[in-house]
Design a protein around this ligand. Sequence first.
Ligand SMILES: Nc1ncnc2c1ncn2[C@@H]1O[C@H](COP(=O)(O)OP(=O)(O)O)[C@@H](O)[C@H]1O
Ligand SMILES: [Mg+2]
Length: 229
Amino acid sequence: MIEIKQATKIYHQGMKEIRALRDISLTIARGEFLSIMGPSGSGKSTLLNLIGGLDQPTSGEIFIDSIPLHGIPDDELTLIRRRRIGFIFQFFNLLPILTAAENAGLPLLLEGLPFSKVKPRAEALLRKVGLAERIEHRPEQLSGGEMQRVAIARALITNPAVLLADEPTGNLDSHTSEEIFRLLSGLHAEGQTIVMVTHDRFAAGHGTRLITLKDGALDQDTATGARVQ
Ligand SMILES: Nc1ncnc2c1ncn2[C@@H]1O[C@H](COP(=O)(O)OP(=O)(O)O)[C@@H](O)[C@H]1O
Ligand SMILES: [Mg+2]
């Protein structure tokens, strides 16, 4: 369902050329839970951002459900991203003035739906991620783990083809991290396709497959403990 063909990403910094990704080819099947590891600066976030349509490759091709994410206008990319891709980040990226339910519903609110229409689904997802008692809370009233749960609810609100997570526990203690990994494993068990960047080799064991990057290139690609749903 996700196909990456010879993707290369070059950043320019003044006169310097940074090859963040070198000729990456990768196919990710529906129902996979793929972990991505590698040293800092090896291109993990760049790869995730290309899969998520946050950025476009310098050359090469990326498809999600046969829809191209390369060489298209930015506004088109934004719509595909909002409707088909769920993204969670290390620092949660919640809007401080919105409640948990409003944050969770944001992708649909941005589509122009009224909150009254969005609210039932936002609340159902918050209950699903264990936040039934936090629906009206604002981010500052939530713990880090709770904020990441809100972000997961927000990522799921459009029923995305894939859930992308960039070091989702990088800002959480080990106990809370384990709870978030368990939540992601549960979503995977229900059929959600997940691609997660992590520093935590143990966390990668929750997935079905682990790839490692080295200097922007694909290094290893191995099957891990969990089963593809
Ligand atoms: N917007 C950018 N402009 C210039 N260089 C960048 C940009 N984003 C990332 N890079 C560079 O690309 C390389 C890969 O970065 P990144 O994908 O963030 O690595 P990782 O997530 O594995 O730590 C690094 O050398 C980084 O400095
Ligand atoms: Mg990164």
